[in-house]
Design a protein around this ligand. Structure first.
Ligand code: SAH
Length: 343
């Protein structure tokens, strides 16, 4: 079977190239074609000899994301991609344009098995995890399609990154490699529903990316009703892990809190949340829930969102309300893939 060349670090590729009887420096040349020029066919590697290109073709495959569908927001230029993978599965990625640069939101799995009640990605469960190459190639395909340099990455697409820990960790190392896209680690966010052992594990890597925690509720009863993962990893243990994480890495944690009308957007919830996070180095990102037909969750009203934010700010928290980008193209995760599945 041909090997997945795009998932190889420069070091791994170098051993492969040397094992094929080629000079070591060729590996760096090939790596740059793959991770800087984003070619998806060996024939495009114009300064590599025809003979070596043939050898590469015989031994390796370049996994790519084929653009199946592309929706462009008329409001803000956000572009949502539906990609087809080599085995016919679909994933979604989003390109957002901000004043400070281009951000790509990537998926880490096909589907998701976490079962959050408000989320479209998890409705049909998980199919499989993505390889490192499949996570990288979302960024590469979008860079190529728009002739841009992506400066920021958020792992907030489909899937639970910490349910695909090894490939996600490798992705973080490769996307920040100076021989590749060379994105600054500080420009990357990884979002998790709270798989506690993996928070401790990645803490040991002492990386500078931003850890986002999908909290969505300030206590176990409410959180378990919205996020089944809370049964295994309850709020108090999650918050303890977060406190240790901030102390160990000196990095501020970002808490995601999607507001569902009448469920978790009350005054009482805001006050309980403030107590829970008291004294922590953190930031709270409020997201009026994106309504998905199948889930029946209703979006919080602007007044209730403001009341919630004001309570937290008055207690000294850094709070933002997420600007809704791409509202006209259903940019929330999982909705586009479902639309092709259901056809
Ligand atoms: N599995 C990871 C990343 C996936 S989604 C996680 O749970 O963090 C990125 C964020 O969007 C998460 O905070 C998730 O809870 C939230 N989200 C999912 N569906 C949503 C919806 N319909 N409206 C608002 N936020 C949603």
């Amino acid at each position: 079977m041909k090997k997945d060349i795009l998932s190889m670090t420069l070091e791994e590729l170098t051993s492969e190239i040397v094992a094929l009887g080629q000079p070591k420096f060729k590996a760096k040349q090939i790596y740059r074609w793959l991770h800087k020029a984003f070619v998806d066919d060996f024939s495009q590697m114009s300064d590599i000899s025809l003979e070596l290109r043939r050898i590469l073709d015989d031994n390796f495959v370049i996994f790519k994301c084929a653009i199946e569908k592309k929706l462009i927001s008329e409001y803000d230029g956000t572009i949502k991609y539906l990609f087809r993978l080599h085995d016919g599965e679909y994933i979604e990625s989003v390109l957002m344009k901000y004043k400070y640069g281009y951000t790509v939101c990537v998926s880490s799995q096909v589907g998701c098995r976490m079962g959050c009640t408000f989320c479209a990605s998890t409705l049909s469960g998980v199919v499989r995890s993505l390889s490192t190459s499949e996570i990288l190639s979302q960024v590469y395909a979008i860079s190529r399609d728009n002739s841009i340099r992506v400066s920021h990455v958020v792992m907030m697409g489909m899937g639970e990154p910490f349910d695909n820990y090894d490939n996600v960790l490798k992705f973080l190392k490769m996307i920040t490699d100076e021989n590749g896209v060379n994105i600054s680690m500080r420009h990357i966010s990884v979002s998790t529903c709270g798989i506690i052992p993996m928070i401790y594990k990645i803490m040991e890597e002492n990386m500078q990316f931003t850890l986002s925690i999908s909290l969505h509720a300030p206590n176990n009863d409410l959180r378990t009703s919205m996020m089944p993962v809370n049964k295994k990893y309850p709020v108090e243990e999650l918050i303890e892990a977060c406190r240790k994480y901030t102390l160990n890495t000196s990095r501020r944690i970002s808490f995601e809190y999607s507001l569902v009308y009448g469920v978790n957007d009350t005054k009482e919830c805001a006050e309980e949340l403030a107590k829970l996070l008291k004294g922590m180095l953190c930031h709270i990102n409020l997201i009026p829930v994106n309504e998905v037909d199948e889930t029946g969750c209703k979006k919080s009203s602007p007044e209730r969102v403001k009341r919630f934010a004001d309570i937290l700010s008055s207690k000294g928290f850094a709070v933002t309300v997420r600007r809704e980008l791409g509202a006209d193209i259903n940019a929330a995760c999982g909705q586009l893939r479902r639309s092709v599945q259901n056809n």
